[in-house]
Each structure stands twice: as structure tokens, then as C-alpha cells.
Design a binder for this molecule. Structure first.
Ligand SMILES: [Zn+2]
Length: 493
């Protein structure tokens, strides 16, 4: 269970469960947090008022220097006076990934009267997981400050233990993605945190700066890492290896598993293994992050929903896939972001590519207002739209398959494969194969039976279960993430 660490004068800390009362105490006990006028504790109406003001200014910047939206507005006859508040957003068309990818430079503000803070600071790239081509996302100096401030609020929201030793376990990849660099910046903004860097990732032989998973494990063990940030499946793999080697990970308190869903069974598995290595009661948290927000929405406690840490930067809405209209709280639809205070790449009503749901109800755990995602499938928050697959003529949500397989006792690692009965014949029947690396001491026939029964219930399909070696489905020296869903069928059209 997650706890808040309230610092005591003698340098130790008191561990308390996350409740609205204890969250207040935690914030009051730390001057940096106490003095932050955090909109998440304002009444809903005041947050909305502030967001409308930010949006108005953002729209002035857009009318001044945003090539793409000026063109779109002109084509649809939209005038500045038509868009006065966030309620008017629905008059604007949705922006899809393909629009942004076709002309990334058209989404970059070109102010007519730039100041020092409008200069370019850096460019990061989307991971391009759907198309394989990374798209640039520009941050100005203004944006960099906004991002740091969001990460400060994120560390506060996620209840990072104060004055702790952190480790950045994101790979230092060839393309600057947000993972490694924003985890670095959280370290910079977290309260008194000292930081270590695993620097794993694809080698660049000319400059050998990359390091091994062994090195990362040494840092955690000898450097007594308390807070970890990284990709969920990579960290789990590291934990499994460390457990095998009998390492001492007793210092671990708080893990931010990012980059993919981290369902309940996976969290429990990681926690149990960490406890075998001496950790007391580590909190495995799953934040929802993406390039277009340059950070992540943290949970305040297990499955609390992912909070928007900065309503002054971002407005989220969930819209109907067909009509683009906003859907009520709790209803599932396309998850969209609108930037409220950015000077580099600016997106309005941008479709992130996930189906999800949000709520504006005050959080029963921490008492914060503002929006937060709610669980939509099993124990995960969002499903990627591009991952909806057609199997035997039925649209299937692989997230449901993942949740069912991951939550089967005895499954150590798995891979779900969509293939053809006869791989040589593209017109042969679709087949669903679940490759499983099983836990020692579990009865394979029982695992097989359980998976088949579950999948017949969940997706009305019989799966072939194959038992394989762990390395066959996930080798962390080759892949950054575990590829849990693979479609080997020839693409249509
Ligand atoms: Zn909360």
C-alpha cells in the first residue's frame, strides 16, 4: 500500500496512509509544498476560471503565430470571437496524430514579437510507436520552466519520499524521448532528491556512454536507491534478475512504473519480489504519461486514477469517437489534450490515441480537485486505439487479453500473438497464441486451462497456449519494453 512519508525533525519520517487529512499534513510539513498555491486544492469553479484565462491567452498566441490552426480556422470560418472559453472548444475540429505528423513545424508557434523565453530550448521526439517515425516536439525556454514546475507538482502529488535517493532507469536512447530526460528533471525538482542514472540503452560504439543492467542493479543495491523511475516491464525484468542473484534491495520505497500499463497482478508480483529482497512495503505506482504533455499524470495512491498535476498547463477532455463531442464524466471515449500555456509546439483538442475516461469528482484519497483518469479496463486506465485488432472478424481489445493473462497465477512473462493457422496461407483462419514463461512450481496444465477458460469468457475465442523460455519473449538486452502483443498476420489492403 502506498504511504506518505512525513519528515520528522530528527531526520526520520513518519509513514501514514494516503487520506485527505494526511495529505494536508504531509504538505504542511514541507515548506516548499506548503507555500505552493496549488490549484488542485482550489474549488472546481476557481480552477475552471483560471483555465479559461490561460486558454484565452493561449488562443491569442495561436492567432498570432500558429500556421496550422490559422489555416484550419480560416477554412472553417472560425473567428477569434467565436472561441472565448473552454466551452467553445467543441467548435474546433479534433487534431489527430496524422495532422501533426504531416507538418510538425506548422504546430510550432512563431510569435511576431518573441522574447528571450520564446527561444528554442530543446526538441524531444514522440516514440512513433504506431508508425515508427518519431515526430519532433519543440519546447521553448518558457515551456521548459513550465515542465519543471509540472514535475515539481507531480513529485508532490505522487508522494515521493522527501530527501530520498532516486534512480533513473529509463534507457538513454538514440532519440531524445521524454522518458530519460523528464525523469532526470523530476530528480532535479523532487524535494532534496539525490539522483543516479542507469544509462542503459542502445550502444553507440563511437562514444561508449551506455551501461549494463548489472550496473543499474549495482547502483540500486550499493547506492541504496529509494525512488525508481522507468519503464514498467524493464524494471520488472531487472527485479526478477536481481532476485535470482539474491541482491539487497531493502532501500526501495517508491516505484514509478511508466510507459505502459502496469496492471494489479504485475504490481503485486514486483512488490512480492522486492519484499523478498528486503524492501519493506514498496509502492508500485503507474503514472500515465505521453510526449504531448512532456510528463506524466501520477497516482496519489494505488489505483486512485491519474491526476492532471498542472491544470494551469493542460486541459483534458474525453470525446465521442464519431462526433467529437465531449462525453460526460466516467464515460469512455477518445482522450484529448489542449495546451493552455505553451510557446513551442502547441496542440488543441489533440487526440492522444488512447481510449479512456475522466472524472472531476474530488479525489477520495488525497482530496484534490481537478481531473483524473478512471480505470476503464480491468486494472488499467487506457487502451491504445491503434491496438484494437480484428480477429476472426471481431474487434478485440488486446488490453482485456493482457489483463486476463497477466492476472493468471504462475504466469511470469507472456506474449500474445495473432497469427494464421497456416502462416504460408494469408487466407487461412486467424489464430490466437499465448506464449507463457511460467513460474517454477506451478502446474502448467492448470495455467493452460485457466488461460483458455478466461479468454473464452473475455473474447469468446480459444487460445493455443505455448510454454516457452523467458528469453524467447523478452530479452531486455535487445528490447526496451516487453512486446506483449504481436500481430504476425499479413496486413490488409
Ligand atoms: Zn488523489
Amino acid at each position: 500500500m502506498s504511504v506518505l512519508h512525513i519528515p520528522k525533525p530528527d531526520g526520520t519520517s513518519e509513514k501514514v496512509p494516503v487520506t485527505p487529512e494526511n495529505t494536508k499534513r504531509y504538505i504542511e510539513s514541507i515548506p516548499l509544498y506548503r507555500d505552493d498555491d496549488d490549484p488542485l486544492f482550489w474549488p472546481q469553479e476557481k480552477i475552471a476560471e483560471m483555465q479559461n484565462e490561460m486558454f484565452k491567452r493561449q488562443m491569442e498566441w495561436v492567432w498570432d503565430g500558429h500556421d496550422y490552426y490559422k489555416k484550419v480556422f480560416k477554412e472553417s470560418g472560425i473567428k477569434p470571437e467565436d472561441i472565448q472559453s473552454l466551452d467553445d472548444l467543441e467548435k474546433l475540429p479534433l487534431t489527430h496524430k496524422k495532422d501533426y505528423m504531416a507538418d510538425p513545424d506548422g504546430f510550432k508557434l512563431k510569435p511576431s514579437n518573441p522574447s528571450l523565453y520564446d527561444w528554442d530550448f530543446e526538441v524531444t521526439y514522440t516514440t512513433g510507436s504506431t508508425t515508427g517515425v518519431p515526430t519532433p516536439f519543440w519546447n521553448t525556454i518558457h515551456d521548459a520552466h513550465g515542465i519543471w514546475h509540472m514535475l515539481f507538482r507531480g513529485a508532490k502529488l505522487g508522494g515521493f519520499p522527501p530527501y530520498s535517493r532516486g534512480i533513473n532507469l529509463f534507457p538513454l536512447g538514440p532519440v531524445p524521448h521524454i522518458g530519460f530526460f523528464r525523469a532526470r528533471d523530476v530528480g532535479m525538482m523532487g524535494l532534496g532528491s539525490l539522483n543516479m542514472y542507469g544509462c542503459t540503452g542502445m550502444m553507440y560504439p563511437e562514444f561508449p556512454v551506455h551501461r549494463t543492467m548489472d550496473y543499474a542493479m549495482d547502483l540500486i543495491e550499493k547506492g541504496k536507491a529509494e525512488v525508481w523511475l522507468g519503464i514498467a516491464s524493464f524494471m520488472r525484468r531487472l527485479i526478477m534478475q536481481a532476485e535470482k542473484e539474491g541482491r539487497d534491495f531493502s532501500a526501495t520505497k517508491h516505484i514509478q512504473a511508466l510507459g505502459e500499463a502496469c496492471p494489479q497482478a504485475m504490481r503485486e508480483d514486483m512488490k512480492r519480489r522486492l519484499q523478498n529482497m528486503g524492501a519493506e512495503d514498496p509502492f508500485i505506482s503507474n503514472s500515465y504519461g505521453f510526449t504531448e504533455m512532456q510528463g506524466a499524470m501520477p497516482e496519489c495512491t494505488d489505483f486512485s486514477g491519474c491526476h492532471n498535476p498542472s491544470p494551469n498547463l493542460y486541459f483534458f477532455e474525453v470525446v465521442d469517437e464519431e462526433t467529437g463531442r465531449r462525453v460526460p464524466d466516467g464515460e469512455r471515449g477518445l482522450f484529448c489534450i489542449t495546451h493552455l500555456n505553451r510557446k513551442g509546439t502547441v496542440l488543441l483538442r489533440y487526440v492522444i490515441g488512447d481510449l479512456g475516461a475522466i472524472t472531476h469528482e474530488p479525489c477520495p484519497h488525497c482530496g484534490r480537485n481537478g481531473e483524473r483518469t478512471v480505470i476503464v479496463v480491468g486494472s488499467t486506465y487506457a487502451t491504445r486505439i491503434s491496438e484494437l485488432v480484428n480477429l476472426k472478424g471481431t474487434l478485440i481489445n488486446p488490453e482485456i487479453l493482457r489483463d486476463e493473462v497477466a492476472n493468471t497465477p504462475g504466469v511470469k512473462e507472456y506474449q500474445i500473438v495473432f497469427t494464421k493457422k497456416d502462416p504460408e496461407d494469408p487466407f487461412s483462419l486467424d489464430e490466437l497464441i499465448v506464449k507463457v514463461a511460467s513460474e517454477e512450481g506451478f502446474d502448467r496444465a492448470k495455467i493452460e486451462n485457466e488461460i483458455q477458460t478466461k479468454l473464452v469468457t473475455a473474447v469468446e475465442m480459444r487460445a493455443k497456449v505455448e510454454f516457452v523460455e523467458m528469453e524467447e519473449i523478452y530479452d531486455p538486452t535487445v528490447a526496451l519494453k516487453a512486446y506483449r502483443i504481436i500481430d504476425t498476420r499479413p496486413s490488409e489492403g
